[in-house]
Design a protein around this ligand. Structure first.
Ligand SMILES: Nc1ncnc2c1ncn2[C@@H]1O[C@H](COP(=O)(O)OP(=O)(O)OP(=O)(O)O)[C@@H](O)[C@H]1O
Ligand SMILES: [Mg+2]
Length: 240
């Protein structure tokens, strides 16, 4: 089976990228896929929320030519931690295609890149290495603007025939339809991006609890609302 590479990006901080990347990794692993989360964030949150050591050698080591050992979070679910070395000069001066090259011979069914907020050179490494991108936004106008910037970057790369994600969808994150701002977000995005698929990931306390207790989402509560939402995203990723 061909490998699937997914970048989860938003440009904006705190909109649920890591929760979606890690939740989706847990869903896909529970579907029998061998999944590796590659954390591109100096904060190293993915390794933390998945219950592994966030300070172990990880993505920065891989990008520097090393072969770091992926940490096992649960059966079929592995993670390469991020960490402060990702903000160092060596990584900043990499070519945007270097991550794509570094992961070519990795033995996983799925790679999920958890992109950081703000740091464009790290986000770009993920977008370029991916074949599918999930662009996260919540209802805040700054988040919608951040998502727009990621979409523009992806479109531009595609127009220029550059390497990188060729297919993308919007993930509307932490949605509570009792909130008026959340109610209008879907319509707002439908108008602005009529051809881009949209998925809702509801506000769900299981997501925050799983992260706080450092347990993969499907192990925490495989029947929660967010798990159902993420299964729909997994289906789109694999079946279009
Ligand atoms: N669907 C959800 N339901 C409930 N809480 C959520 C959901 N998604 C994210 N959260 C909570 O929101 C907070 C921010 O989420 P998360 O860390 O995933 O965002 P992020 O975009 O990765 O942040 P950063 O930009 O710092 O990397 C966390 O406390 C997380 O538990
Ligand atoms: Mg994050």
């Amino acid at each position: 089976m061909a490998q699937t590479r997914i970048a989860v990006a938003a440009r904006k901080g705190g909109v649920g990228k890591t929760s979606i990347a890690c939740g989706l990794s847990s869903v896909m692993a529970s579907q029998g896929k061998r999944v590796l989360v590659i954390d591109l964030d100096p904060q190293s949150n993915a390794a933390y929320v998945l219950g592994t050591n966030p300070t172990a050698p990880g993505t920065a080591d891989l990008l520097s030519g090393g072969s770091p050992r992926a940490l096992e979070a649960s059966p079929d679910l592995y993670v390469l931690p991020g960490g402060p070395d990702l903000a160092g000069h060596t990584i900043q001066s990499l070519d945007p295609e270097d991550l794509a090259d570094a992961v070519t011979s990795m033995d996983y069914d799925v790679l999920i890149f958890d992109c950081p907020p703000g740091v464009e050179y790290l986000e770009r490494l993920g977008l370029v290495a991916a074949d599918v991108a999930l662009i996260c936004t919540d209802a805040h106008p700054l988040a919608v603007m951040g998502a727009g910037r990621v979409i523009n970057e992806l479109k531009l790369r595609q127009q220029k025939g550059r390497r990188g994600a060729k297919r993308w969808a919007l993930a509307l994150s932490r949605i509570d339809l009792r909130r008026s701002m959340d109610q209008s977000l879907d319509q707002q995005l439908a108008t602005a991006y009529p051809t881009i698929d949209r998925f809702i990931v509801h506000q769900d306390s299981a997501v925050s609890w799983a992260g706080a207790e450092r347990v993969p989402l499907m192990k925490y509560d495989s029947n929660c609302k967010a798990a159902k939402d993420l299964k729909a995203i997994a289906n789109w990723v694999f079946n279009g």
